[in-house]
Structure formats: structure tokens, C-alpha cells
Design a protein around this ligand. Structure first.
Ligand code: GLV
Ligand code: MN
Ligand code: MN
Length: 406
């Protein structure tokens, strides 16, 4: 087995259970993945640093004094019951790429950092792309550290704990300005497989907004309260959820998902008192996201008036669509073509740390095919050959990008 496949198999054991892999930020399983990354970096003497939220950087030195680093990486956390490739692939591939540069004795002018961003999925602390948001200044570090999980544990406490916290003996990163960012990721959609090409160069990443909706109704006995007098928080939630679904269909080129719903007190014979749910809206067009948000807010206002409930819609996160850098995309195409590999342009419906990095540096992404287009499920898979091809393309891309960026 090649190094990239071996290491992915190793990471897949961390957090594995019968329904998939759980590796949320600040848990022992996620920390163990960061430890693995650190061990791979130390084995090659790459200069390893971390920052206050746990992002890890393994640096292969460059030859030009004062040159900014090229960053290459992705994330190590997973969604609940996630798979082995989303994020982990890009991190493992980044380390493998640095090693491949060593093996070829390939000097680069710029330092090249393999990066493991933390908390990209936003499962535990709700803010997606947490590590890269803090790194790029999109979110204040103190605000991020004050975020709480559903049990009231702050990120600050999670990162201070020996079980899930920052790594011991790894120095804090110094300020850095970035020359370019390249992220390799599994496509998570069906296009590359359908087109039978091994690589995609991402054109743009869809914009996204996330919300927490809370509906407070009135609890009561399921057998005695007449239908006309109820303030059922779950029935109101059902209306809002379907309104969001309809709005995304009507807006077109947009998707909306309610993936998390908590019902309280959650008893079979008790009228629901409170529902809390997430809404995730995405589109390549900001105005369509806006239209779906408007429909959500209108449905909330309308349900409040008609159903004897209180509703609150809180926007937790908003990211504009992120076009990838045209010159860097062309550089990736050139690198891939020189390897005699085929690549096509593809958009990304999924979010990535590259969205944040694109705010501060030329940024581009490479995709490899996902079998059946499946992702965010335990069954997500990419063939071992495609995973290796992606690493080869990444190495060639780093060498080209090193020539192109200042
Ligand atoms: C991350 O994978 C996202 O697209 O939410
Ligand atoms: Mn990902
Ligand atoms: Mn993901």
C-alpha cells in the first residue's frame, strides 16, 4: 500500500465505530489525529508549529530568504458518522507531497507548509471552517475560543484539556503571510466519476449561510389539550423546514438542509415545548441564498402569529461564494497537463478551508473522484489509484506554484 493509502487507513481507525467515524474538534479522537500528523512531521524534521485554536503547520524549508510559505492542506475533523477521506485526504496528501519533494531533492524557493486545519465541519462548535477562519482573521480568536458546544463546554476549555487539547511540546506559530494556498480534496459529488477523469480544478466554492432556529411553544398533555389550543413547537418547526425546502427549489441553483433537530422534552405523550434546529443554505449566487433566508424569516414570523409560538432565527455564519484564483487555476492545469493527466473544471458545492484562505492569498483546489459521488457518509470512498494520482498532481502543482507566486 502506498503511504497516502496507509496513512488514511491509520487515521480512519481514530474515532471509528459501527456507523462511521466521529472526530469532532477537541475530542480525544481528533486530538489523536493531530498527534499522528505531528509524528509524521517530526519523523522528517519538518518544523512543526500550532496556533491557539490547534491548527498545525509542518514546514519544509525554502531556499529564498524571507519568501512567504505556500500552504497545502485540509482538515482532520469529520462530520458525525463521517467517512475516511473528507479532509483527512488533503492533510495526508500534503505531508506525502513534502516527502516526495524531499525524495526528489526538489528545492523550492518558498517554504512549503503542510497544514491541518481544525474544526472545518463545524459540528461541535457550530462555526464551520473554524481554524481557517481564525487564521485568516475572518473570526476573532477570543470569540472562537468562547464558542460553546451543546454541553456548554467552551472551545477554550476543550483545547486546554489533556484529552482533546493543544499538543504538548509544539511551539506556537509566528505571524505569517501566505504566498498561496492549494487544497486537495475528494470531490464529494458525481461529476469526475461521470466524466471519467481523475482530476478536477475547482472554479469556485458555493456561498453558504448557517442558522440556529429556536421555537418555543407550550408543553402539555398529548391526550387532553384540544388541537385548536396548542402551541406545538414541533409542528411549527415542520412548517418552517418545509418552507425552506420549497424556497430553495423555487430559487434554483441553491440547496437548503435541516440536518439537526432537537425536540424537548421529546416524550411520546407530551406536546413539544421547544425545538432547536439548524438550517444550512448554499448557492453559487448570494442573492439566491438571500431569497431562501428571507423565506425562512417570513415563515418564522407567520408561524409565530398563527401557532402561539415564539421563534428566533439566528444567523451563525455567512460566507460569500469564493471564486478560486484564475492564475493559480491555470497553473494547476498546466502542472497536471505536463503529467499527461486529464483535469476538468468543476464547481464545489461543499465548503472548504480554501474559502477562507482565498480572502488572504491566491487559492486553488484540486479534486479527485468520489465513488458514487457520496460524502459525509461512512461509505464515502475514492479508489487507491485516484488518491495516489491526486498526490502526484499536488506535488507537480506545488513545483509550478513555487515558480509562479511571489
Ligand atoms: C463541509 O464539508 C461543508 O461543506 O459543510
Ligand atoms: Mn472537507
Ligand atoms: Mn465535510
Amino acid at each position: 500500500m502506498s503511504a497516502v493509502n496507509e496513512r488514511l487507513a491509520e487515521l480512519a481507525e481514530l474515532g471509528r465505530h459501527e456507523n462511521g467515524i466521529d472526530r469532532a474538534l477537541g475530542t480525544p479522537q481528533e486530538r489523536a489525529a493531530r498527534e499522528r500528523f505531528a509524528a509524521w512531521a517530526r519523523a522528517r524534521n519538518y518544523a512543526l508549529t500550532q496556533d491557539r485554536v490547534g491548527n498545525l503547520f509542518a514546514r519544509r524549508a525554502g531556499t529564498r530568504e524571507g519568501a512567504r510559505p505556500i500552504l497545502v492542506g485540509s482538515h482532520l475533523d469529520t462530520v458525525p458518522t463521517g467517512g475516511a477521506y473528507d479532509g483527512a485526504y488533503g492533510v495526508v496528501a500534503a505531508i506525502c507531497a513534502l516527502e516526495a519533494l524531499d525524495e526528489r531533492n526538489a528545492a523550492t524557493e518558498h517554504p512549503v507548509d503542510a497544514v491541518a486545519w481544525v474544526g472545518e465541519e463545524g459540528g461541535r462548535f457550530l462555526l464551520g471552517c473554524l481554524g481557517s477562519s481564525v487564521f485568516t482573521g475572518a473570526h476573532d480568536v477570543e470569540r472562537a475560543l468562547s464558542l460553546q458546544d451543546s454541553e456548554g463546554v467552551t472551545l477554550r476549555d476543550a483545547l486546554a484539556s489533556p484529552e482533546g487539547g493543544l499538543l504538548d511540546g509544539v511551539p506556537m506559530r509566528e505571524e505569517m503571510r501566505v504566498a498561496a494556498y492549494v487544497e486537495l480534496h475528494v470531490e464529494q459529488g458525481p461529476v469526475l466519476e461521470r466524466e471519467a477523469v481523475p482530476l478536477g480544478v475547482v472554479t469556485a466554492i458555493a456561498g453558504q449561510r448557517r442558522y440556529r432556529v429556536v421555537i418555543d411553544g407550550t408543553s402539555g398533555h398529548a391526550g387532553t389539550v384540544p388541537m385548536a389550543r396548542r402551541g406545538d413547537a414541533l409542528c411549527a418547526a415542520a412548517e418552517l423546514i418545509l418552507a425552506v425546502e420549497r424556497a430553495a427549489i423555487v430559487a434554483g441553483e441553491s440547496v437548503a438542509t435541516v440536518g439537526r433537530l432537537v425536540v424537548e422534552p421529546n416524550g411520546t405523550n407530551v406536546i413539544p415545548a421547544r425545538t432547536t434546529f439548524s438550517v444550512d443554505i448554499r448557492s453559487p449566487h448570494d442573492d439566491r441564498i438571500e431569497a431562501v433566508e428571507k423565506a425562512l424569516r417570513e415563515a418564522a414570523t407567520e408561524a409565530q402569529a398563527r401557532r402561539r409560538v415564539n421563534t428566533s432565527v439566528e444567523r451563525l455564519e455567512s460566507r460569500a461564494p469564493a471564486p478560486m484564483d484564475p492564475k493559480l487555476r491555470a497553473t494547476l492545469h498546466k502542472a497536471v497537463a505536463a503529467l499527461d493527466l486529464k483535469a476538468i473544471d468543476v464547481p464545489s458545492g461543499a465548503g472548504h478551508d480554501a474559502m477562507c484562505l482565498s480572502r488572504i492569498a491566491p487559492t486553488a483546489m484540486l479534486f479527485v473522484p468520489s465513488i458514487g459521488g457520496r460524502s459525509h457518509v461512512a461509505e464515502e470512498e475514492t479508489s487507491p489509484e485516484d488518491l495516489e494520482t491526486g498526490v502526484t498532481a499536488l506535488v507537480a502543482s506545488i513545483i509550478e506554484v513555487d515558480k509562479f507566486v511571489i
